[in-house]
Design a protein around this ligand. Structure first.
Ligand SMILES: [Zn+2]
Ligand SMILES: [Zn+2]
Length: 735
């Protein structure tokens, strides 16, 4: 689609423009015009998508030029940049590549007189060779004007409306024909074309209505006005997970002003579910990343988060005033939290207040830490963050400390956290199911732990705020008046959906959902209705029903097999919502249920590679191979099968069995045959718990396994493997 822009530039502005810009912007030097080259810092290969052998650890290029009397621009296309890469010309540093994995073009100002008529040298090198970083650079050009001039030759205005023509906050993504995010200039949202004043590309926007980075503008009021170099661009407008992404192709010439309005459709029906990001940072109060608190307000509104929890490190920030200053206070209800950042793990706590006591993040152990956290009576929630990541040489769920299969803590830590992150979209795991498996172990272990999706975003665009999020079953009719106490209660009960590009939900016997307890009648089968919703720009390819932490029913789905709204009736109250929905109903016969069970629905699909919502690569990868993914899972739906009116966990059943098996003397060895007879009858979760409880007394695992048959033997072997992994990690001190 060719976009014909209208010229609305006033005559006076044109005259000023002509007078001040006598030099025509042009490319004066093309370095590596055709191809991207790969560079590798550090020793090892970072990603298998890069060549096995990369000769270049740095880039050096000699070129002829004329002298530059005024500042010029060096422009570089870059991909997959994680570490610090310095860029210099003739030995003088002119900046760094942007630390961002996305495909983007960045500009550097070449100071006046830096180029000379004899030979010039461009160098790009990593500041450290400690961590491996595979990057691509290329299409390097030198332009004979400064970056601000270069990126302001033409102006584009995008207006974002909902279907009722009301302006709404959102995100505009601008790429060139190759899909590369391009440098842009931003101007005030209130500016008319004749008062546009381009600001420096590298200066953080001072205007509270915007957050801008390479190829991205978040707008608080639905208007994004930005300068570009004349050319042809693809522009996407969206508003996070629940909305459509609209695509425009724009061709614009020098001096033209182009305005376009887009109408976003609400595509994912989340009525009755509050969109919460429990893990949000700012550079203002965390000291790293690049998103100021003013910009954070705009990005939260632009991604459609209704309940943001402010969790800067060891501090308690209130977003109320910044949200008002940015003009976005009608879009969300801010909650004060704190990422309690310790030498022994990070915990997000809330709700609290900015003037109440901060917990002691230097507490020597978890016991004192949780005493300190819950000393403040308003704090109800403590989330164990990124439990598989290594921080301060400690990994909470390292096998050295923790048996994932059974949720067993090997250090006798005082575990008073009541939620854990399954998805942290700023630090995704190589394997999507690993943290989910860890969480299943905790529930089987008898803990009450709410599963969480969050973003841990410190940036405007490198990692997207609200990409990982938690939906909480709560009244969401007024985003700026979310009843926080009700949301906290529902959250603690597990009435949640972990969302990362998909929204999975389930109901049992048409009466219980995530976080609920279903009392199953004596002869009643267990009927499960499963549903996954998503916008038309993500895809679900597999759905699994997990029972007691084991996959029970799996369903593969052909991409594109469920057209928009085809298999659902639109909700009458929200009739414009057109979700993609996939629905299945399953039944588990009563005779297959002998004890209480808990259910969770898991949905997965391929990750998003498009520049408007790219799912990130792992922050601490376990492998050089990675397939990006989207994910969703529900809070635990507990089923009282044995009719005692309550839910008993696998650990509850296991401890009864262990009591029967144990003699009065705790240290005496277990009678292997009696134990084998018991294990023969047990389902996996309970048998694993029995073995975890008895492990100090079982010194003959192989003999026990020999006495078991079929599935019970497989179950015991799985526990043996997990336990041996932990013993090895302890012996070799592997964190
Ligand atoms: Zn952290
Ligand atoms: Zn964090």
């Amino acid at each position: 689609m060719l976009f014909v822009s209208k010229t609305v530039m006033s005559f006076t502005f044109l005259v000023i423009l002509l007078a001040s810009n006598t030099i025509r912007a042009e490319v004066v030097n093309k370095i590596l015009p055709e191809q991207l080259v790969s560079l590798r810092s550090g020793g090892g290969r970072e990603w298998s998508e890069f060549p096995e052998n990369i000769e270049l650890a740095q880039f050096e290029h000699r070129f002829d030029s004329e002298t530059n009397a005024n500042p010029w621009t060096l422009s570089i296309r870059q991909q997959d940049v994680k570490e610090i890469w310095n860029v210099s010309i003739n030995g003088k540093s002119i900046g760094r590549l942007t630390r961002d994995e996305n495909d983007l073009r960045c500009d550097f100002e070449i100071p006046a007189e830096l180029l000379n008529t004899s030979e010039n040298k461009l160098e790009i090198r990593c500041s450290s060779d400690k961590n491996s970083d595979d990057i691509r650079i290329g299409e390097i050009e030198i332009h004979n004007v400064a970056p601000t001039r270069l990126r302001s030759g033409s102006t584009i205005e995008i207006v974002i409306h909902d279907v009722n023509q009301h302006p709404i906050p959102g995100r505009v993504t601008i790429v060139d024909l190759q899909g590369t995010l391009i440098p842009i200039n931003i101007a005030s949202a209130n500016a008319t074309p004749s008062t546009l004043k381009p600001s420096n590309q590298n200066t953080r926007t001072q205007n509270n209505a915007f957050a801008k980075r390479h190829g991205v503008v978040y707008t608080a009021n639905g208007r994004a006005i930005f300068g570009v170099q004349p050319g042809t661009y693809r522009i996407y407008a969206g508003r996070g997970f629940e909305y459509s992404v609209e695509t425009l192709d724009v061709q614009i010439a020098q001096g033209q002003y182009a305005k376009r309005t887009v109408n976003l459709q609400r595509q994912v029906d989340t009525k009755g579910w509050v969109a919460c990001d429990t893990h949000v940072h700012t550079v203002t109060h965390s000291g790293h990343g690049d998103c100021t608190i003013a910009e954070r307000m705009v990005t939260i509104a632009g991604e459609g988060i209704e309940l943001p929890i402010a969790t800067d490190h060891n501090t308690q920030i209130d977003y109320t005033t910044p949200a008002r200053l940015a003009g976005v206070n009608q879009w969300f209800t801010p909650v004060v939290g704190n990422e309690v950042t310790t030498q022994r793990g990070h915990f997000n706590i809330f709700p609290t207040s900015s003037d109440s006591q901060r917990p002691n993040h230097q507490a020597p152990d978890w016991s004192e830490l949780f005493d300190s956290i819950f000393e403040n009576q308003t704090v109800k929630i403590a989330i164990l963050n990124h439990a598989r990541d290594l921080h301060s040489s400690f990994r909470p769920f390292s096998p050295r400390h923790h048996i994932s299969l059974t949720g067993t803590n090997l250090d006798d830590f005082d575990r008073r956290f009541n939620a854990m992150e399954l998805i942290n979209s700023g630090a995704v795991q190589t394997t999507p199911m690993q943290l989910f498996g860890d969480w299943c172990g905790l529930i089987n272990n008898g803990m009450q732990v709410t599963p969480v999706g969050s973003s841990d975003s410190h940036d405007v665009t490198r990692y997207i705020v609200g990409q990982g999020r938690t939906y909480i079953a709560c009244d969401d009719s007024q985003p700026n008046q979310i009843p926080v106490n009700a949301a906290v209660t529902a959250f603690l009960q597990g009435q949640v959906v972990v969302s990362y590009g998909l929204f999975a939900n389930l109901r049992a016997n048409q009466q219980a959902g995530p976080g609920d307890l279903l009392e199953l009648g004596e002869n009643e089968p267990l009927k499960v209705d499963a549903e996954v919703r998503h916008p038309d720009w993500t895809e679900v390819t597999s759905i699994e029903l997990w029972v007691n932490g084991e996959p029970r029913i799996s369903q593969k789905i052909d991409p594109g097999s469920h057209p928009l709204n085809a298999d659902s009736t639109p909700t009458p109250s929200d009739s414009e919502v057109k979700s993609h929905r996939v629905q299945f109903s399953w039944e588990i016969p009563r005779e297959e249920l002998s004890s209480d069970v808990w259910l969770s629905l898991v949905a997965r699909g391929p990750g998003v590679r498009q520049p408007y919502w790219p799912t990130a690569k792992p922050y601490q990868p376990d492998s050089i191979d990675f397939s990006p993914y989207v994910f969703s899972s529900t809070g635990p739906l507990r089923v009282d099968v044995d009719g005692d009116g309550a839910f008993s966990s696998a650990a509850d059943y296991a401890s009864q069995i262990v009591d029967q098996l144990s003699s009065a003397d705790d240290n005496s060895p277990i009678n292997l045959q009696l134990l084998a007879d018991e294990l023969q009858e047990l389902e996996p979760a309970i048998s694993h718990q029995v073995l975890a409880m008895l492990r100090p007394n079982i010194d003959q695992m192989p003999q026990l396994i020999e006495r078991l048959e079929h599935e019970s033997q497989t179950n015991a072997r799985r526990f043996e493997q997990a336990w041996l992994t932990s013993l090895r990690a302890q012996l070799e001190r592997i964190e």
